[in-house]
Ligand binder design. Sequence first.
Ligand code: TZP
Ligand code: MG
Length: 215
Amino acid sequence: MMKHMLSLYFVMGSVDCTKNPLVVLDEAIEGGITMFQFREKGKGALTGLEKYRLAEQLFERCRARNIPFIVNDDVDLALALQADGIHVGQEDEAAERVRDRIGNKYLGVSVHNLTEVKKALAAHADYVGLGPIFPTVSKDDAKQVCGLTMIEHIRAHEKHVPLVAIGGITEQTAEQVIKAGADGIAVISAICRAEHICEQTKRLYEIVMRTKQEG
Ligand code: TZP
Ligand code: MG
């Protein structure tokens, strides 16, 4: 179930969009995304009530189409909205504490190596997000790239962990990422910066699903 939901995980905030985020999300949903993360970060990001209002509207759209809605970082927002889950990084609120606060909502944790994967699993994370796999234009404070070899390394030691790969993944690299052992791809720019978002999303979905079936 989780491994299916991670297949095409769309991550987005208003800063990533060149047009109305609600329209971007509608088109991405139409194209076949399997999960959505609201990540309102970076220069010019909305805060306070504006952030809440946007989250509410994006959540409404996900709910209507049965797409799990995950909030990045902001546990209070996730709880206020009754979102489906929360995603935290290594520098955010500790995963154990987040797990205590959210009960059985989905918990995702950003990881960069096997040690962090094991820690995330000990905190009862539902999935881990590994990256950046490749150089990314979407995260200013991104750590060093970990490459496809880190996916293989983690998969060799943790055969069953639900793992989504993130960072610079495109139509050209999605297949290699799945073949290396990821259950899915998480993308920002591959969808947000596409000229035709729905068509681009369909292509990514098709590549991931075909490669997962072959595997
Ligand atoms: N975490 C690691 S890389 C990244 C995040 C949030 C950004 C991914 O964006 P893109 O545009 O798909 O490289
Ligand atoms: Mg974070």
